[in-house]
Design a protein around this ligand. Structure first.
Ligand code: ZN
Length: 390
């Protein structure tokens, strides 16, 4: 999932994201809550309609930013008091208010409110933090179940004549001239790009596993989160400064205790090598700012490894950024031009670099999916063969 922090994947327009094959992107509740505000997004029909993005969206709980951007936060059992990084104003997030915010934003998937345990943390601190997250998970689910019909695109809550993102009421009323992003909704829907929510369709709330860097706590957190019961599970609290080997160990300690038939989401990971590795280990979803953030700093991921486009050695290089990449940037522009744009501090440098890096990440996942499908087929074939053997 590319990260679209404030309802925007920095530098890349939604039509290009569609062209790249992005199926789902992530929005940050903390940032959207502060600006433009949940009430504003709700009034505009929810996040999909607001940002003209008909495909899936996941919002985080706001917890991670509250913990990472706020030195002065105050955590109690009830919730977290924090100050806006924009203007210093005081705010309070609880499991209930974080759910209310995410229901108002109306993403397809929302996350339980959790405490991202800091690194390093001793075992007692990690346990206490895990208990807090488990209590908050149960409260998140309780609030969600009681209020899930309040999502802005819930078709049974929309007044007649109000255009919804799903547009179902308009279509049901024969008004098929409802336009979104210049395209006819019926066309988008027949192309499979717009969901057709049933009247009772709601968001999905995922639980989050914590437990610090302790394998036993990770296991306990996973088992008790599964007991509460969610349609998908995330592994949180990793990529917070620990060595990569520890991240891997924690993922391995958690994965077997999460149901394989539900989506398993590893938060905040990783490099192209890591996302391939974790996908092969059984992770289904990941999000990371690395491809987009690195691109804005001229760091590009290619089939030949990483390169920094700002280097002088590219000044006369007429070759493509990555000769094995078929993205619109590699098809059209030379390394020399991309290097020049970066050196001249042109906005286009950030746009083109981001498009390529996202394309590279999405290609990485496409090839992982392909190899998993091939592996499954090979396993099936070998299973059939072994079936005829004694
Ligand atoms: Zn490319």
């Amino acid at each position: 999932m590319p990260v679209g922090t404030v309802a925007s994947v920095k530098g890349v327009s939604q039509d290009i994201l569609e062209e790249l094959g992005v199926q789902i992107l992530l929005g940050n509740t903390y940032h959207l809550y502060l600006r433009p505000g949940v009430g504003q997004v709700r009034q505009l029909g929810g996040l999909h309609r607001f940002m003209a993005w008909p495909r899936a969206i996941l919002t985080d709980s706001g917890g991670f930013q509250v913990f990472s951007l706020n030195e002065l936060r105050k955590v109690t059992e009830e919730g977290v008091t924090f100050r806006s990084h924009l203007d210093g104003s005081a705010h309070f997030f609880s499991p209930e208010s974080a759910m209310e915010a995410q229901i108002g934003l109306g993403a397809d998937i929302m996350m339980a409110f959790d405490e991202c345990t800091e690194f390093p943390a001793d075992r007692e601190r990690a346990r206490q933090s895990m208990e807090l997250t488990l209590g908050w998970a149960a409260r998140s689910k309780k609030y969600f179940e009681a209020h899930k019909r309040e999502v802005p695109w819930a078709t049974d809550h929309i007044a007649p004549g109000v255009p919804t993102w799903a547009g179902e009421r308009n279509l049901a009323g024969g008004g098929d001239d409802h336009k979104i992003a210049g395209q006819n909704l019926a066309e988008l829907r027949s192309a499979g790009q717009v969901r057709t929510p049933a009247p009772t369709q709601t968001q999905a709330l995922f639980g989050i596993v914590q437990g610090g860097m302790d394998p036993a706590l990770r296991r306990e957190s996973a088992e008790r989160t599964v007991e509460i019961g969610f349609p998908g599970y995330a592994i949180g609290g990793l990529s917070v400064g620990e060595p990569r080997a520890v991240t891997r160990e924690m993922v391995e300690a958690t994965l077997p205790h999460l149901p394989a038939d539900k989506p398993r989401y590893l938060m905040g990971v990783g490099t192209p090598e890591e996302i391939a590795e974790y996908a092969n280990a059984g992770i289904d979803m990941m999000d990371c700012v690395l491809p987009t953030r690195a691109a804005r700093h001229g760091l590009l991921f290619t089939s030949q490894g990483r390169l920094s486009i700002k280097q002088a050695r590219f000044a006369s290089d007429q070759g493509p950024l990555d000769s094995n990449c078929g993205c619109r940037v590699c098809r059209r522009y030379s390394r020399a031009y991309l290097r020049h744009l970066y050196a001249a501090n042109e906005v286009l440098a950030q746009v083109l670099n981001t498009v390529h890096n996202l394309s590279f990440y999405l290609d990485t996942m496409r090839s992982v999916r392909h190899s998993i499908a091939l592996g499954n087929r090979a396993q099936l074939l070998s299973g059939e063969q072994s079936g005829v053997k004694p």
